[in-house]
Design a protein around this ligand. Structure first.
Ligand code: FUB
Ligand code: ZN
Length: 683
């Protein structure tokens, strides 16, 4: 940080004193090891990151061009024309793709891409108004702004204008671009906009609870780069503006009328549940964690802890998906986790990764990484097809067809009118190396098990850690630790909850039967006893060159049951092996999935299938299935081999039935299908 600050000062980028005077200086007690210091070399994630670089990002830029998103900037620069896309937040698809491409440049340097972004950033700069305002939906033709924008700047921000949402994504992109390339072109645009935002909003100035959060996280990132206290205090101000609007009806159950859709029904410190639009909510909770860490605000910290507890024990699907309800793309009530209509926006999975990483950095507890890992391996990457250019906006839990209730099975699409999810994937994927390790002084945390190498410093001395494994398919992990010179420090290896008989760090899901198998750890071939701290094995020793730590995680197929209050899952089980949750898809199961039963005593066989779905661990078992006769008026059961695939891999081989939860008995087979969820953007 110091180095960045002084280089910014030398470059004349900052004019004000850089260090925060007005806020208590503190930060996350734990720091993530930057994505720039972690080089992946694994077979699961690296091909996905490569596909993101080679396919997703170019396709996103191409679609930003072909769908007129870039044209909007060109017209704004010329101050003429007619806004040419649908939503006032369409600018953010460009910002998010620049963010992803910036991370990606660090992994895979590419002069052409770098040059393309330089040109695009010039267009963004040209669209910015002289005082820093940047929002093509108004600038193109201020007399006729987008209907959601309001007649003047900011007047519709609390509801639907997304002016500050656009700013937030701009800031996130600008910081990534600056960190990855060292260029200030986008950062300068972001700072100019942020200075405007800070001059307009604040105590004694204009107040608003931003309608779609993310400006708060973005401001915090700008604060980290510049040290300018206004950015942090404005982020805090926005968070504290929630719950002040008097126009809601607190008695109304309608989230749009009572304000909970916008997390605005109460001040954040009084909020107890994850509520309202899921993406907005999880960006808010991420920002609450940021601001609590940076200011030491204990009330904010307590509130975000309480909300996280509610999310993890009442409002998350077994796949890590959040935001169950299609109407308003929002969290449902406690235990309201229907399968047939599950919404689970891909952006909500992205936001949940951000939130859980921050919770871990605050508390150092592995339970947050357990949730993060669950989202990563399941409900997040289900959002992108194996081809890297087809996406789910909503991640279903069950697709069921019947003659009486035919439904259009969801298919992956290359782009959407509201294309927030593809571009959110584009930015999250290449940032993944930044989630693998973290550090607090002499404690080095190994959070994710991904082959590759990191170079970090402990006590100012170099340490290299190399991981070699075949995770998530196999549980044998190998870490080679090489310090520059022999030195004492603690390597904290996460003991995943699923390897400790915990399906989730709450009672929302549990394994049907406990496993006797235990995690074992050896160092240089010798089994070691270790202490545990907050879900980590603490390996404390004087580390020497090429010390080898081997960890064995039990990789059994486990049946998962839900809390009895989750109505849809009564009498049903889900399947999990390691961090991966499974589903059955029509393709492997004679064209159906809704007729499969998994009795408690079912034994599964796991086999790696390199040719299927880019290589998966496939599960098979002999189970009873329900057969309906051709006339659809009588049923029978027979035994047949069922095949389960990782949930993330479904819908890559055409349309058809899919299910995550399997009835254990005939009485729980769901023979009547319901309507599939519809995508509902905004209101
Ligand atoms: O409002 C901007 C984005 O569009 C949200 O994050 C998504 O949920 C979609 O509504
Ligand atoms: Zn989205």
């Amino acid at each position: 940080m110091k180095r960045i600050l002084s280089s910014l000062l030398i470059a004349g980028l900052l004019s004000a004193p850089v260090l925060a005077q007005s806020v208590k200086r503190s930060d996350y007690p734990i720091q993530a090891v930057s994505f720039t210091q972690v080089k992946l070399a694994d077979n699961f994630w690296l091909p996905r990151l490569k596909t993101n670089t080679d396919v997703t990002i170019p396709a996103s830029f191409q679609r930003c061009e072909s769908t007129n998103r870039v044209k909007n900037f060109e017209m704004a620069a010329a101050r003429t024309g007619k806004f040419a896309t649908i939503f006032p937040f369409d600018d953010t698809d460009i910002y998010k793709t620049i963010e992803g491409a910036s991370y990606s440049l660090k992994l895979y340097p590419d002069e052409k891409l770098d040059g393309y972004m330089d040109e695009l950033i010039k267009k963004v700069a040209a669209a910015q108004e002289p005082d820093g305002y940047l929002y093509t939906a108004r600038t193109i033709d201020p007399a006729h702004p987008h209907p959601w924008s309001g007649p003047e700047r900011w007047v519709n921000e609390r509801e639907m204008s997304h002016e500050l949402y656009n700013s937030g994504h701009l800031y996130e992109a600008a910081v990534a671009h600056y960190e990855a390339t060292g260029k200030k072109s986008l950062l300068n645009i972001a700072l100019k906009n942020a200075d405007l935002v800070c001059s307009v909003f604040g105590p004694g100035k204009r107040g608003v609870a931003p309608g779609h959060e993310i400006v708060e996280m973005g401001l915090v990132k700008l604060y980290r780069v510049t040290g300018k206290p206004e950015y942090l205090s404005t982020a805090k101000f926005f968070i504290e503006e929630r719950g002040k609007y008097k126009g809601y009806d607190p008695k109304s159950p309608d989230p749009f009328r009572n304000g909970s859709y916008w997390q605005d029904a109460k001040p954040v410190v009084d909020q107890k549940e994850a509520e309202g639009h899921a993406v907005r909510a999880e960006y808010l909770y991420s920002a609450m964690a940021d601001v609590a860490a940076l200011t030491g605000d204990q009330k904010l910290l307590a509130a975000v802890d309480t909300i996280w507890q509610n999310m993890v024990s009442r409002k998350i699907y077994v796949t890590g998906g959040t935001g169950a309800i299609p109407g308003g793309e929002r969290f449902g009530g406690n235990y309201e986790l229907p399968n047939a209509t599950a919404y689970n926006e891909t952006c909500a999975a992205v936001a949940n990764v951000y939130w859980n990483q921050r919770m871990f950095l605050l508390h150092g507890d592995s339970k947050y990484v357990d949730v993060l890992e669950k989202v990563l391996y399941n409900g997040l990457i289900s959002g992108v097809g194996l081809d890297g250019k087809s996406f789910f906006y909503s991640n279903a839990m069950q697709i069921k067809n019947s003659a009486s209730f035919p439904q259009t099975e969801p298919v992956r699409a290359g782009w959407f009118d509201c294309s927030c999810c593809p571009t959110n994937m584009a930015r999250l994927m290449p940032s993944l190396p930044g989630y693998v390790y973290a550090q607090k002084g002499h404690d080095v945390y190994a959070n994710l098990f991904i082959s590759g190498t990191t170079d970090l410093k402990v006590n100012k001395k170099n340490v290299r850690i190399t991981q070699q494994n075949n995770y998530p398919w196999q549980g044998n992990l190998k870490f080679t630790v090489t310090p520059a010179t022999a030195m004492d420090f603690n390597l904290l290896v996460r003991l995943p909850g699923w390897a400790r008989n915990e399906a989730l760090p709450s009672d929302l899901y549990r394994f049907a039967t406990p496993s006797e198998q235990k995690v074992s750890i050896s160092v240089n071939g010798q089994p070691v006893t270790y202490s545990t701290r907050q879900g980590y094995a603490v390996l404390a020793r004087k580390w020497r060159k090429n010390d080898v730590v081997e960890v064995k995680l039990p990789m059994e197929v486990r049946q998962v049951v839900a809390h009895p209050s989750v109505q849809d899952n009564l009498g049903k089980v889900a399947l999990q092996r390691g961090p991966v949750v499974y589903c059955a898809e029509w393709k492997d199961n004679g064209g159906k999935a809704s007729n499969i039963m998994v009795p408690a005593a079912t034994t599964f066989t796991s086999a790696y299938q390199p040719e299927i779905l880019n290589g998966i661990m496939q599960l098979t078992a002999t189970v009873p299935v329900v057969l309906v006769d051709a006339a659809n008026n009588s049923i029978s059961t027979t035994r047949q081999t069922m095949t389960a695939i990782p949930y993330y891999a479904w819908a890559n081989r055409g349309k058809g039935e899919m299910t995550v939860w399997f009835p254990q008995k005939l009485t729980d087979v769901d023979l009547i299908s319901r309507k599939a969820p519809e995508v509902t953007v905004g209101k």
